[in-house]
Each structure stands twice: as C-alpha cells, then as structure tokens.
Design a protein around this ligand. Structure first.
Ligand SMILES: *[C@@H]1O[C@H](CO)[C@@H](O)[C@H](O)[C@H]1NC(C)=O
Ligand SMILES: *[C@@H]1O[C@H](CO)[C@@H](O)[C@H](O)[C@H]1NC(C)=O
Length: 368
C-alpha cells in the first residue's frame, strides 16, 4: 500500500517559542477591536472543505477535508501557502491567498485504510455509507530538534457515517497519522496507530516546553485532556490523563464526569494556542456544533483550566446554503509573531450554493 503524498519544501524554519508558565494568571475574556475579511484562501485545482493550518519551515501547511478536483474526490488534501517579505500571508492583488502543492488524485492526504472502505480515497463504501476521515483540528508539530525536519501528528476519528451524515458508530476509534517533513524530501504518512477509545488529540492541542496537551471530545460532547512528553507522542504508555483530582495513568471511561475540562471550547470545531498578549491559553472556534459563522473565544491560565465561559466575539457572513457556514479555525502561525501579539487570523468554510463550492474567507481579528 502506498501512503506517500508529495508536497515539497523550499526553505527551512520551524516556528517555535518558549511558552511561559502561566499558572499565576487568571482567565481573561478577549475583546474585539476590529475584524476585517482580508482575502480568500483558495486552491486553483481543488475545491476544499474545512481547512486547518500549521506553520512549517517558513510556510503554512493547510489540511482540508473533502477535496474535489476535475478528476478526483478525496476525503482530505493538503496545500501550502506562502508569506510575503513582511512575514504576513502573501495575498495577491485579487485578494487570494493561493494554495499550492501536489496532491495525489487517488490517495487522500490522510490515507483511507483498507478497513475504512479504502482504496476509495473518499472512504465511500459499497453499501452507501462512508468512512469520513476528517480532521477536526490542525496537525501538531513535534520538532525533531533539527532545523530541517519535523514530525507532524494528526489525530482523526474513524467516523463511519450514513448518507444523512448520522454516526453509525457512537464511539469510533482514533487513528494517529504522522507526516515527516524534511528539507528537500517529499512528505509521507505512516499507517495509522489506533489509540484509546477517547480520541485525545482530535479536538486540538497546545504545547509547553516539554509536553503536548491533547484535547478530546467524548461521546457526550464534553472535553477531556491528556498530556504526553512531545518526544513520546507515539508511546501510549507515557500518556497521562486529566481528572478533577489530578493526572492519572489510567484513561478515564468515555463520558466520565471527573474527566471533563469545563469550557475548553464549546464542543464545536476550533483551535487552541498560547497567547503572550493575553498571558493565557486561548481557544477560538464555532459557537456550537452546527451551521453558523459565529466565532467564540475562551482563555485559561493552564491547559487544564480554569477556562472562561466561551464568549461570542465575531459573527462572519453566513453562506446561502442551508448549512452555509461551519468549521471555524484560528491560524496562529499565519501571523508574523505566531499569534503572540494583538491580532489573529481566523477562517471558516462558507458555502453559497452547489456551483460555487466551498470558500475559505480569511479574517484578521485585532484585539482591544
Ligand atoms: C504582506 O501581506 C499583507 C497581507 O497579508 C499586506 O497587508 C502587506 O502589505 C504585505 N507586505 C508586503 C511587503 O507586501
Ligand atoms: C448565521 O446563521 C446562524 C444560524 O442560523 C444565526 O444564528 C446567525 O445569527 C447568522 N449570522 C448572521 C450574521 O446573520
């Protein structure tokens, strides 16, 4: 089975910075100063749904869900965007932040496995159901210590859905995909590693100097949290699990109330990151699972909280489709200071009718 997708790299730089301990900080509620739609993130070849992004080697790597070209339909694809000489997104005179990169026509970027109705690159099954191998949050970068290579991890639930999008398996397992990037080499993915039944990492992540904190959405939609040394993401024995009485070695039962991290997001899609501007961890995302262009924010002094009550800070333009707006994300590395200053870029998927396809408005949010 071939699992490679070639996306070539041109320059080297890993976006990273030390995250200060913020335990003495209190939760704050960010306030909007201004919001401006500054462009559209767009790929000339692919019509792409629900994109996330992460900074890699001086460019931005975007991963998106369902991606259609004139000859292919994939459950995921990936692309690059460039920065300009001000280290800001290189938006052209037509207002387009151009995505590029070589996607296979026959293999999804997060390859659909044989027991997920692969080789269909969209996970389509003969009985009309589908394995929707769709990421909810951006890949996590784990620096190799080298200035020219890095591993990127993506946790994705093996969702088996009916044609009406209802879930056929209420507690799907999670696959861990790893993409290895090296200067001058094509990217590749390893076969998925199946983790615990609570899908840690699928809901987002933050990192401090040595640890990765991995958020999960349990089947009752509440958020749970695990942590692991960043160098040991693939070693399940090194995971520790947050409970209201402390970190434990034993994964909590799905839905356990002591595992819940209250207000760590709304339950809908979004992005976690650390902000020096607020001296806090931040989550930005959609108000709730569903269709709208509303953006909510919550902050916390530590990954495990306490998180402030998610607050609405921006309402984007709805698309005209019945479900015209969804998949809100924030893009810290798209800023010229990794999201540490007074502004952040956000996107969502906007759908205005079948002929137009998916749009990805790029919005600059400036905080008061
Ligand atoms: C870089 O792009 C930003 C928009 O992302 C634009 O405001 C700025 O003027 C550009 N800078 C240069 C030097 O082209
Ligand atoms: C967009 O649609 C949602 C869901 O119907 C609604 O709650 C929201 O107010 C709408 N936003 C705007 C800006 O009209």
């Amino acid at each position: 089975m071939s699992l490679s997708t070639s996306i070539t790299l041109a320059s080297f730089y890993i976006s990273c910075h030390a995250f200060p301990s913020a335990l003495s900080q209190r939760s704050t509620t960010p306030t909007l100063a201004s919001a401006e739609v500054i462009g559209t993130v767009s790929d000339p070849t692919w019509n792409r749904d629900s994109c996330t992004s992460i900074g890699v080697f001086g460019r931005e790597l975007w991963t998106c869900r369902d991606s259609q070209s004139s000859s292919a339909f994939l459950s995921s694809s990936a692309s690059w965007t460039d920065f300009n000489s001000s280290a800001l997104p290189a938006i052209d005179s037509d207002g387009v932040l151009n995505m590029y990169g070589d996607n296979s026509d026959s293999v999804a970027y997060f390859p659909v496995q044989a027991d997920e109705c692969g080789p269909s690159p969209a996970g389509g099954c003969a009985d009309g159901t589908r394995y929707a191998i769709w990421q909810n949050s951006r890949p996590m970068i784990a620096g190799s210590g080298s200035s020219s290579s890095a591993a990127l991890y993506s946790w994705i639930t093996r969702s088996h859905i009916a044609s009406d999008l209802s879930n056929l398996d209420p507690t799907p397992a999670t696959s861990l995909y790893r993409s290895d990037y090296a200067m001058g080499l094509a990217s590749s993915q390893l076969p998925p590693v199946t983790l615990d039944s609570i899908p840690y990492g699928t809901y987002g992540w933050v990192q401090d100097s040595g640890h990765s904190y991995l958020y999960a959405q349990m089947s009752n939609n509440a958020i749970a949290l695990a942590r692991v040394p960043t160098a040991a993401v693939e070693d399940v024995s090194q995971y520790r699990y947050y409970t209201s009485t402390g970190w434990t070695n034993t994964p909590p039962i799905d839905g356990a109330s002591e595992a819940v991290v209250p207000n760590a997001g709304t339950g809908g899609q979004g992005t976690f990151y650390y902000s020096q501007y607020f001296g806090a961890y931040v989550w930005i995302g959609i108000g709730a699972i569903g269709c709208n262009a509303n953006f909510y924010v919550t902050t916390a002094p530590a990954p495990e909280g306490p998180w402030s009550t998610p607050a609405l800070f921006y309402a984007g333009e709805n698309g005209s489709n019945e479900c015209g707006a969804y998949s809100q994300q924030a893009h810290p590395e798209l800023t010229n200071n990794d999201g540490q200053g007074n502004y952040i870029y956000v996107t969502y998927t906007k759908v205005d009718g079948a002929n137009v396809g998916y749009r990805t408005p790029l919005i600059k949010i400036t905080w008061a």
